[in-house]
Design a protein around this ligand. Structure first.
Ligand code: FAD
Length: 461
């Protein structure tokens, strides 16, 4: 027990025990210290109770309990929030991590996915049927936070954002109602779930549209960090069909066997490639990658689609210290490239990176007000995301991020991706939801007037 946590009265805990089938973990419980951890080690919070929900009914009970007792409520999906939103001091954590069931309907090409699943779960289940949908590029990231914020990944250019593939969401609202939302039923909530950042309720299950994606040509290619390579990347994306995607990663050369040792630890540009088009075109794609710049090392191969979303996993285990900022931009302009070159050269660790997600193609075929995700005119979403082994090193890297972000701002749109925001980005909330902010605030006032769901990129009701 710590000074930060006022214990819940026994009678209240007993009431909670009577209402849920999942695990209840309070301070003093042998699992408490492990259960309260979040992915980002910068946050060390002490909730009054953690409930590992077994089912949607448990989620309803926890929402009711938190509201009735006027307790802070943290909703945890995959626990990957950069700003430590999956836990809280003194309140209740609703951890969905036990709710990881998936049912794929291969004929309808849909998947019913429980709210605590990770992208590893979804990719594995869908791949068995030669199907996939857009998800995160680190497999341990949760579907819950990623999808409600928008959701970028290798399939975004071809299939849209993760939220664009949501056909329905089972939602527990602040008053404890369980609603299935889709285009016909509760369309306002369905709209808000797709980009509104978890502000309107707990999604206990998503129904996703799946797409035929089996094996892909993919993997990393490394180049020197220079302006020609970045311009080459810009041209590569602009000139490629939507079956092609590549993240651009400015980082330090990793100690991998296919990269010559003299590049280990030096600033480089990496492309993480994913080509879902026909294998007959693999040779053409490989040739285009060589046109981007002098290749220092490459490990591009035909692999099952789930593999392409595990390439960063080993580098980014839970427990590192993170601080981040996000920007959207309509292009990758030459002045922006200059900023990236100067700050990229100061990348603070092997696990740190500036990552560019291309979000044109199918993402642009949805109108800016059709879902709560506002930036349908952005071609790139950029994450400045250092990861370090100590708190002190991360605090120092945060200075680098702030300066980098300020230098980049004139070359970007005003807002950034809600899922790349850190704890000190409250002043960007309106810009991040942009033209959809007022509509979201109005839905929030109707469905969560007490702001029960406030541990997110929060829209005040
Ligand atoms: P959590 O910490 O569990 O939750 C984060 C937020 O989402 C909280 O506010 C929470 O309340 C809300 N939330 C979670 N689950 C639910 C639910 N079921 N219903 C309602 N609200 C919910 N983003 C991308 O778009 N693409 C990427 O490829 C990508 N890669 C990443 C890689 C790493 C290593 C990290 C740390 C982040 C990455 N992100 C990426 C950002 C990611 O989208 C966010 O961190 C996201 O919030 C993670 O979701 P989660 O469920 O794991 O997080």
């Amino acid at each position: 027990m710590t000074a930060l946590t006022t214990p819940l009265e026994d009678a209240l805990l007993e009431r909670l025990r009577g209402a849920v089938r999942g695990d209840i973990i309070e301070p003093g419980h042998p699992a408490y210290d492990e259960a309260r951890q979040v992915y980002n080690a910068m946050y060390d919070k002490h909730p009054a109770v953690i409930v590992r929900a077994a089912d949607a009914e448990d989620a309803i009970a926890v929402v009711d309990f938190a509201r009735e007792q006027d307790l802070l409520l943290a909703v945890r999906g995959g626990n990957h929030s950069f700003s430590g939103l999956g836990s809280c001091d003194g309140g209740v954590v609703l951890d969905l991590g036990r709710m990881r069931g998936i049912r794929v309907d291969p004929e309808a090409r849909t998947a019913l996915v429980q709210g605590g699943c990770t992208w590893a779960d979804v990719n594995h289940a869908a791949h068995a049927f030669g199907l996939a949908t857009t998800g995160g590029v680190v497999s341990s990231t949760g579907v819950g936070g990623l999808t409600t914020g928008g959701g970028m990944g290798h399939l975004a250019r071809r299939c849209g954002l993760a939220c664009d593939n949501v056909l329905a969401a089972d939602l527990v609202t602040a008053d404890g109602r369980f609603l299935t939302c889709d285009e016909e039923r509760h369309p306002d909530l369905f709209w808000a779930v797709r980009g509104g950042g978890g502000n309107v309720g707990v999604v206990t299950a998503f129904t996703y549209r799946l797409h035929p994606v089996g094996d892909v040509l993919g993997g990393p290619v490394f180049y020197p960090l220079d302006a020609d390579v970045m311009r080459g990347y810009r041209e590569l994306i602009a000139g490629s069909d939507e079956n092609f995607s590549a993240l651009l990663v400015i980082t330090l050369g990793p100690p991998v066997p296919f990269l010559p040792e003299r590049w280990h630890g030096r600033p480089v540009c990496g492309l993480v490639v994913c080509w879902t088009g026909p294998p007959e075109d693999d040779r053409r794609i490989r040739a285009r990658l060589e046109d981007v710049g002098p290749v220092l090392g490459s490990a591009v191969d035909r692999v099952p689609y789930p593999v392409i979303n595990t390439l960063f996993d080993e580098m980014l285990p839970a427990g590192l210290h993170h601080y981040g900022k996000g920007h959207f931009s309509r292009d990758l302009s030459d002045p922006a490239i200059d900023v990236h070159l100067s700050y990229g050269a100061m990348t603070p660790s092997l696990q740190s990176a500036t990552v560019f997600f291309p979000i044109d193609g199918a993402c642009h075929r949805i109108g800016p007000e059709e879902t709560a995700f506002a930036y349908r005119d952005a071609a790139f979403s950029t994450a400045l995301s250092p990861a370090l082994t100590t708190r002190a090193a991360c605090e120092s890297a945060a200075g680098w991020v702030r300066a980098y972000s300020a230098a980049l701002a004139p070359h970007c749109l005003r807002g950034g991706y809600v899922n790349f925001m850190d704890h000190d980005d409250d002043s960007r909330v309106r810009a991040n939801y942009r033209q959809n902010y007022d509509h979201l605030a109005e839905i929030k006032r109707r469905h969560d007037p007490g702001n029960l769901f406030r541990l997110n990129h929060n829209i005040a009701p």
